[in-house]
Design a protein around this ligand. Sequence first.
Ligand SMILES: [Zn+2]
Ligand SMILES: [Zn+2]
Length: 295
Amino acid sequence: MTREGAQAAPSGDARSEPQARERPPRWIDSHAHVTAREFDADRDDALARAFAGGVDALIAIGAGYGVEANAEAVALAARDDRVWAAVGVHPHDAALLDDAGRAKLAGWLAAPRVVAVGECGLDYFYMHSPRDVQQRVFAEQLGLARERGLPVVIHVRSEDESAYEHLLAIWNAEGGGALRGVLHCYTGSLAFAKRALDRGLEVSFSGILTFKKDRGLREVARALPLERLLVETDAPLLAPEGQRGRRNEPAWVAKVGEVLASVQGRPVDEVAAVTSANARRLFGLSECTDLRGAA
Ligand SMILES: [Zn+2]
Ligand SMILES: [Zn+2]
């Protein structure tokens, strides 16, 4: 804006206040499968929309599309300084992990900008791999995280509480409070979430929090401490209310954060700042991710 002839504003106030208010909240999408096929046609555009629309950084999850898919997440993180990668074996793929896969996993985990192991865990809902194999491969990945001092991105799903109970038992047996991690796309009970927080886990909410039929999830989100919460899209899945049925994308992580702010009765700016700080702390991300802006 230029206003020729206007008198110089008194130094100070005309600058700082309006600008501070107009700056959109800045989010971190703590879980996005941006290397999935669904983004092949417009991956760069989808990332550009996210970064232009308030996303400071995202964690690219390689797991979930076969063991090999991790390589693409590592490569994407290497070429964009706003992207970090998590590398692991999804419970669906647990039965696919063999020695060749283990060797590749070790190599990817040593790559720069790989900040977490996962997503890994237990999924008794789809049961694409047998339970005992899922449990063994989950425990194995907790061992990798422990050896490398990395946090763990955890997936858990079952009709009843069984996967949750088995998951926490394995977590405790493999180091529990000495490990760090996040239960991603949380849809479990409040009681379980509290037990998980006590054992050093954080909780992340996805677009499910925005659904009209949220099955009580907003009550869970209301009762948990914001200082232990993250937000995510889990894109390309789980597009938020208003976009359901479409491909999800990282730009829409703000919709999750806005609902979290409303259920917690806090300003959106505060929820953006606190969840972003939580993600940075958990994944060890540097404070200034967009160095281009500082140049
Ligand atoms: Zn998952
Ligand atoms: Zn996922």
